[in-house]
Design a protein around this ligand. Structure first.
Ligand SMILES: [Ca+2]
Ligand SMILES: [Ca+2]
Length: 210
């Protein structure tokens, strides 16, 4: 709903996004972090939350760190349950570049995930790929799969939603139902010696904070 007053004040309101369904101005002004830096939203079905013991969405922030021994001695990930999800903020926009742009770290085995992106926390979110098998091995616990923004014709993304694609029926008699989300990485962003990130590895962007 866009009021007359809102339209009259349009120039000033551009700064606050009044009535605008599109990206909030400034949403892409900062360089993105190399890894997800905040959880903006998450949801796991009640049944799965009751079954699972890995229920902390904050474990998806920062570099991949899943470790430990199953079934109940793992650390570093959230089990998404049946169709559950976590949406993360990179603090700035990931820009499409040749090849994959987003790496999802999915622990333990190769459970599939779906990835959606947006330039606004409120959406709309665009599906990049659905129910993609996710378990290229790094070590015994950690694994990953990659997503290319161009697959869906997307050029920029700040918010990334990772959704369980395993659809393991609940209750399923395990304590880690669904895909096990460890971390989300922006592949075009490098981390410098000072911990400062740079978009697409360019010198111009290296001065931007993470
Ligand atoms: Ca790409
Ligand atoms: Ca983690």
């Amino acid at each position: 709903m866009r009021s007359l007053a809102c339209l009259a004040l349009a120039p000033a309101l551009l700064a606050t996004g009044c009535g605008s369904p599109g990206p909030t101005p400034g949403t892409c002004s900062e360089a993105p972090s190399a890894y997800a830096k905040a959880v903006t939203e998450w949801w796991v079905p009640r049944c799965s939350l009751d079954q699972n013991i890995y229920n902390d969405p904050q474990t998806v922030l920062g570099p991949a760190d899943a470790a430990g021994v199953g079934p109940d001695g793992y650390t570093g990930f959230i089990s998404l349950g049946f169709g559950g999800r976590v949406t993360v903020d990179f603090g700035g926009c990931i820009t499409d570049r040749p090849g994959p742009d987003i790496r999802v770290y999915q622990a333990v085995s190769g459970e599939p995930v779906s990835v959606y992106v947006s330039t606004s926390a409120e959406g709309p979110f665009t599906l990049i790929e659905a129910r993609k098998a996710c378990g290229e091995r790094i070590d015994r616990v950690r694994g990953y799969c990659d997503f290319d923004l161009a697959t869906a014709g997307v050029t920029q993304a700040r918010y990334v939603r990772v959704e369980d694609g395993e659809l393991f029926p609940c209750p399923g008699a395990t304590v880690s139902e669904g895909a096990d989300l460890d971390a989300v990485q922006a592949l075009g962003v490098t981390v410098g010696v000072s911990g400062v990130t740079s978009a697409n590895g360019t010198a111009e962007d290296s001065v931007k904070g993470r």
